[in-house]
Write a protein that binds this ligand. Structure first.
Ligand code: C2E
Ligand code: MG
Ligand code: MG
Length: 591
């Protein structure tokens, strides 16, 4: 029979002592002791947790450190291997301290013999195994190997303490199989057990893979799947970002469980009901959260099973609606459901159209035209803004170049488009823009990018570099919605901008509010001092226009002239008005 191999890590700074210890181990007949030698503290820390050892031996004296330091460090980092401390002459005090710190045993080097060493190591390994077994029995469900109720409570209370401290959220999911009793009664109990084991495995595998999907995770706070008993499972999702994360996981679980189970020749179908409680909204302590997740689960059963419910009923509708919207948003690009509308920008002094702003809309097959405010935030949250933004860029440049080629405008105009913060930090943004310009053949000087203050400020240094690169390419930059964020003029000076767009909220009551009028006037004066053009957004009335002319505003955009229009409609708008003298158009409009 092959001899058992026992792997030992020996941390010992004295080579002679290493050789001695190795020789002692070599004299054992019925086992092979494979001794790996590490001579210093730092190297020991590196290898200790690779878990390939059956036992560790630490010399107490390790240069400027001690074996006790190493022991404490190993235990703190979760080392599960039994550790024996080797002490020299006169280190007797260390014994008890080592045991307290988690050592399994200690040996006085002066007294070591082969038998003593061998026995200490074997006992240490055996003792550790027994401890682990006891721990497993106390904390894990024997049928499914999932954490049991005790361990679940333990993890939940730790996660709660963490969430409380860092103002985080937690989701507690209660999952109950809908037809388990029937399966257990009609088939044998053995099949019922097999089903529970399979369910446990599916849940466990999914939650582990969802770790990276739903949210970022810290090593200490992992998602936990537990079996509370019978056919009741719970899942603890730590650090969820939104309600949708919990809804998504629940929906996925329902889907996973409806896939047929093949159990010892029987094909079995089950469904489940899921109740969700969110910390801190549905309870601030463990008992309250558990109780409410349970209540929500019963509510899911009442509603016909095979569904999930939040504890707060108001959350269900919004979570579901968002989820449905997200699913269709994912498909919108490939279904070609986005369109761009273009709103003309008018030069105040000449009345000519100097450009258009491209504004996205979603042509949803059931809901009709959805404005950007209702899906851009979701697109940003899900990362879909990147491909959507790329589409906007391509489409706007393509369209604008087509207008330029067709020559129906007096002069070629610029097209401006809105760049989300997510696109702005995208590494290959420059490449994408270059490619789009190349493909469309549009000169970069006809492209303007609108960026909001918060995007610019978020990372002022890298922003400056990026903006400078864009400027070098000949692209124009606009600061959008000015006045709603930091409104810092020193920033206006610092960044290479061409335009400032005053937010609609200031223009709205510029004629009624003296304060707003003063602000608008000041923005125009300051911007001009910095050589920036000023665009007023949301001009709706003649009075607003008069005031803006008086203040010396350069450009305007608003319903007074035109709403954002589909490309064909804009072409018509321009054909009707644009061929005439621009100033006349403006005057006509004003009369
Ligand atoms: P924004 O860039 O400030 O665009 C101006 C918004 O004001 C547009 O709303 C426009 O329809 C509206 N507007 C213009 N003139 C008037 C007016 O006289 N009165 C009123 N009441 N409204 C006026 P819209 O199209 O709903 O877009 C809203 C926001 O959505 C945009 O604000 C922009 O931040 C964002 N957005 C639009 N398209 C895109 C896009 O392609 N990508 C990204 N990332 N964001 C976009
Ligand atoms: Mg804009
Ligand atoms: Mg704006």
């Amino acid at each position: 029979m092959d001899k058992e191999i026992i792997r030992i890590l020996l941390v010992e700074d004295d080579e002679d002592d290493y050789i001695l210890t190795k020789d002692l181990f070599a004299q054992v007949d019925n086992r092979i002791y494979d001794v790996e030698w590490v001579s210093n503290y730092a190297d020991a820390l590196k290898v200790i947790n690779n878990n390939s050892y059956d036992a560790c031996l630490f010399d107490y004296r390790l240069g400027e450190h001690t074996g006790l330091d190493l022991l404490r460090e190993a235990v703190a980092s979760g080392c599960k291997v039994p550790i024996i401390i080797l002490t020299g002459q006169g280190d007797s005090e260390i014994d008890i301290e080592s045991l307290k710190a988690g050592a399994t045993d200690y040996l006085n080097k002066a007294e070591i013999t082969t038998q003593l060493l061998e026995r200490a190591v074997r006992y240490a390994i055996e003792r550790k195994r027994t401890e682990d077994r006891i721990l497993r029995m106390a904390y894990y469900d024997t049928l499914t190997n999932l954490p049991n109720r005790s361990l679940f409570h333990d993890r939940l209370s730790k996660a709660l303490a963490h969430a409380e401290r860092y103002s985080g959220n937690l989701a507690l999911l209660f999952i109950d199989l809908d037809n388990f009793k029937r399966i257990n009664d009609t088939l044998e109990h053995r099949i019922g057990d097999l089903l529970l084991m399979e369910v446990a495995e599916r849940l466990h595998d999914y939650v582990r893979s969802a770790d990276t999907v739903a949210r970022q995770n810290t090593a200490a706070l992992t998602n936990t799947v537990a079996r509370l008993g019978g056919d009741e499972f719970t899942i603890l999702l730590t650090e969820i970002n939104t309600l949708q994360d919990a809804a998504k996981v629940s929906q996925r679980i329902l889907h996973l469980l409806t896939q047929p189970f093949s159990l010892d020749g029987h094909e079995v179908f089950v469904t489940a009901s899921v109740g969700i409680a969110i910390f801190p909204y549905d309870g601030e302590d463990m008992n309250m959260l558990i109780k409410n997740a349970d209540t929500a689960m019963y509510h899911a059963k009442e509603l016909g099973k095979n569904n999930f419910q939040f504890y707060k009923h108001s959350m269900n509708a919004s979570a579901l609606e968002r989820l449905t919207l997200e699913n269709s948003l994912r498909k919108a690009l490939e279904r070609d459901e986005f369109i761009l509308h273009y709103q003309p920008r008018i030069d105040i002094t000449t009345g000519t159209i100097v450009g258009t702003e491209a504004l996205i809309r979603w042509n949803h097959k059931e809901k009709g035209l959805i404005p950007p405010g209702q899906f851009i935030p979701l697109a940003e949250e899900t990362g879909l803004i990147i491909p959507i933004g790329e589409w906007v860029l391509e489409e706007a440049c393509r369209q604008n170049k087509m207008w330029q080629n067709s020559g129906f405008m007096c002069t070629p105009v610029i097209v401006s488009l809105n760049l989300s913060g997510h696109q702005f930090v995208q590494k290959d943004l420059m490449k994408i823009i270059e490619k789009v310009l190349d493909d469309s053949g549009m000169d970069p000087s006809y492209l303007e990018l609108e960026i909001t203050e918060s995007v610019i400020m978020k990372n002022a240094d890298s922003t400056t570099t990026m903006l400078n690169k864009l400027k070098d390419m000949g692209i124009r930059i606009s600061m959008d919605d000015f006045g709603t964020g930091y409104s810092s003029f020193s920033y206006l000076k610092r960044f290479p901008l061409d335009n400032v767009k005053i937010d609609r909220s200031f223009i709205r009551d510029v004629t009624e509010s003296n304060e707003n009028a003063a602000i608008v006037k000041a923005i125009i004066v300051m911007a001009h001092a910095l050589n920036l053009r000023v665009v007023a957004e949301g001009v709706e009335t003649r009075q607003q226009l008069d005031l803006l002319i008086e203040f010396g505003c350069d450009e305007l955009q608003g319903f007074l002239f035109s709403k954002p229009l589909a490309a064909e409609d804009l072409a018509q708008y321009i054909t009707e008005r644009g061929k005439k003298n621009g100033r006349d158009v403006l005057i006509n409009l004003l009369q």
